[in-house]
Ligand binder design. Structure first.
Ligand SMILES: [Zn+2]
Ligand SMILES: [Zn+2]
Length: 132
């Protein structure tokens, strides 16, 4: 279990039960879209979809969450982690994390002319379950 209270404080946000529930549910799911998240969250705490949307936007803006846009899927949210790539299954929509080293990729970029804040690599394909 992550210490969401400290994470929130480090990012200048107050720790509230609502934010803690949202973060722990996202943490448990890995990657989740707002509707799936809402279904999980309302079992624990009453929060309207609009409020949840605003909370997700706020948590993404300060960098605690990363919003992942994927072709053909709703925006998914995850707890921000060091650079990793996403393997997206085009059949079932599952999203898998895989570590990668971005340095090969980045050495082709002139860092004096372009300042990188984050990188996001995504591979589309078919997962092992759908391949069977
Ligand atoms: Zn699949
Ligand atoms: Zn991820």
């Amino acid at each position: 279990m992550m210490d969401f209270e400290s994470i929130l404080r480090e990012h200048g946000l107050k720790s509230t039960p609502q934010r803690s529930v949202i973060l722990s549910q996202i943490y448990d799911s890995g990657h989740i879209d707002i509707e799936q998240l809402h279904k999980r969250v309302i079992g624990i705490i009453k929060i309207p979809l609009g409020t949840l949307y605003r909370a997700l936007t706020e948590l993404s803006t300060v960098g605690i969450l990363t919003a992942i846009s994927i072709n053909g899927l709703k925006t998914h949210y995850e707890i921000s982690k060091p650079s990793h790539a996403h393997l997206v299954c085009d059949e079932c929509g599952s999203i898998c994390d895989v570590e990668y080293n971005a340095s090969n990729l980045l050495e082709n970029i002139d860092l004096r002319s372009f300042q990188i804040k984050s990188t996001m690599l995504m591979a589309h394909g078919v997962c092992v379950k759908c391949k069977r």
